[in-house]
Design a protein around this ligand. Structure first.
Ligand SMILES: Cc1cc2nc3c(=O)[nH]c(=O)nc-3n(C[C@H](O)[C@H](O)[C@H](O)COP(=O)(O)OP(=O)(O)OC[C@H]3O[C@@H](n4cnc5c(N)ncnc54)[C@H](O)[C@@H]3O)c2cc1C
Length: 419
């Protein structure tokens, strides 16, 4: 079993120049059969395997990842965590997730660098202030922290925004969730991987699932680039590739794949200690521990599996950013990249059973699945282990679209671009 990380082990390894740290997780060859297989070694797949082992004592589990751990959206996102949702199923689910984030580093014995620096949603009209008051009240009724800030309070908290009156989008106030913030994305994947491995889970990288074997309505295992692997239960957690992988079992999902990009500036001294979102222009920004501004905006607006950035979106996103943070005009941009998003038709995820016995799906995370990682793993593990949903994912069924039970947080209808 891997060593526990502690001040003592750090000091002991310092004496030998840090040359003898053991591997953080094993690199096993796939076995011919497992009780459960999770497809996808992102945060969600790894968290699901961890909670299967921890909460349900199911350790005969493999996570199959076609590339490297966290190489999908887990390692590509802008790391914002929050639970400032209006609708009941989302509010309870994401608040549970935030509570898990609050104890995650200790639970995993791995520093996930959770930073509760606050998430500020800017408002630019009276109507938007009313809307934020409504959402904030709903949050508070659900036991979630929320504060409505007037313009002066926003200015005290984030002084570097443009507060002049002649701008296109004057700042009227904001909705603040102080317990929201950021977490270190790679560390989340690595922490769950290490903790799952310590409980006996096999984590197998460079192993792409190429087929799902289904016989008489029941899953039997998966075809992979490293041969057939049998399993009683198979969970799909592949984010932007959900439709593609589900189609291997003959399922057609109400999901479209779109690219979302992230942008990083040159590093600056610490000056921006919250997360700010500018919904009207669709721009969000925080400052990383390295000093870089980490920014995101809209999806690319057309269906694509191209996991890369492009220049039109740099212009689109930074134009939105400059509308609220004009000091950025003097910054150099360092990097950009893209991730493939699994956009559902109501903007909420799908976590549950499929019509095929023993096959489960966790997907449809749209823009917001990073913050869901611990809760998603927790309830997906429960669903797989018990073959029924946890109360927190009961509403996120695959069949809700045909039943008309959509969870449409923004009231945007079946238009992924609007979510
Ligand atoms: C630019 C950007 C910014 C974002 N910002 C935020 C944010 O600030 N906050 C937030 O909450 N969310 C954010 N998100 C969304 C969030 O990143 C995702 O919803 C979340 O990380 C999904 O995690 P996952 O584990 O399901 O998917 P991934 O991390 O994508 O993992 C899926 C894995 O499945 C693997 N895979 C795919 N097909 C196969 C196959 N056939 N066989 C084996 N393995 C396979 C992939 O290689 C991948 O590693 C953002 C996303 C992007 C792209």
């Amino acid at each position: 079993m891997a060593l526990s990380y502690s001040a003592f082990s750090l000091a002991r390894h310092a004496l030998t120049g840090h040359r003898h740290w053991p591997r953080a997780w094993r690199d096993p060859a796939p076995k011919p059969r497992y009780s459960a297989i999770i497809i996808g070694g992102g945060g969600h797949g790894l968290a699901s395997a961890y909670y299967l082992a921890k909460e349900h004592s199911i350790t005969d589990v493999a996570v199959l990842e076609r590339g490297w751990l966290g190489g999908g959206n887990t390692g590509r996102n802008t790391t914002i965590i929050r639970s400032n949702y209006l609708l009941e199923p989302n509010a309870h689910f994401y608040e549970f997730s935030l509570k898990l984030w609050e104890g995650l580093s200790r639970d995993l014995n791995y520093n996930a660098m959770v930073s509760q620096r606050g998430v500020v949603n800017l408002a630019h009209s009276d109507a938007q202030m009313d809307n934020f008051a409504y959402r904030g009240n709903a949050m508070r009724l659900n036991g979630i922290d929320a504060e409505l800030l007037d313009r002066a309070a926003v200015q005290r908290l984030v002084p570097m925004l443009d507060y002049s009156d002649h701008v296109r989008f004057p700042i009227y106030g904001a909705l603040l969730q102080r317990r929201g913030g950021t977490a270190r994305h790679d560390a989340v994947a690595w922490g769950f991987a290490r903790a799952a491995d310590r409980r006996g889970v096999d984590i197998i990288q460079n192993c792409e699932v190429t087929g799902i074997r289904v016989e008489q309505g029941r899953v039997r295992g998966v075809e992979t680039t490293r041969g057939f692997i049998a399993a009683d239960k198979v969970g799909i957690a592949v984010a932007g590739h959900s439709s593609h992988v589900a189609a291997m079992a003959g399922l057609r999902l109400p999901i479209e794949s779109h690219v979302l990009q992230a942008f990083v500036s040159e590093p600056l001294k610490p000056f921006f200690d919250t997360v700010v979102t500018f919904g009207v222009g669709h721009f969000y920004v925080s400052q990383s521990d390295k000093g870089e501004l980490v920014m995101g905006g809209d999806i690319d607006m057309y269906n694509s599996y191209a996991q890369r950035g492009n220049l039109p979106m740099v212009e689109h996103t930074l134009a939105a950013g400059l509308a609220v943070l004009p000091m950025m005009s003097r910054l150099r941009m360092m990097r950009l990249w893209g991730g493939v998003m699994d956009m559902t038709m109501d903007g909420s995820p799908i976590i549950g059973k499929t019509p095929i016995e023993g096959l489960y799906i966790d997907g449809g995370w749209c823009y917001g699945g990073f913050k869901a990682t611990p809760a998603s793993g927790f309830v997906f593990a429960h669903t797989i282990a018990q073959d029924r949903p946890h109360p927190l994912n009961e509403a996120f069924t695959l069949d809700r679209f045909e039943r008309g039970a959509a969870i449409d947080e923004r009231g945007a209808g079946p238009t992924p671009n609007a979510h």
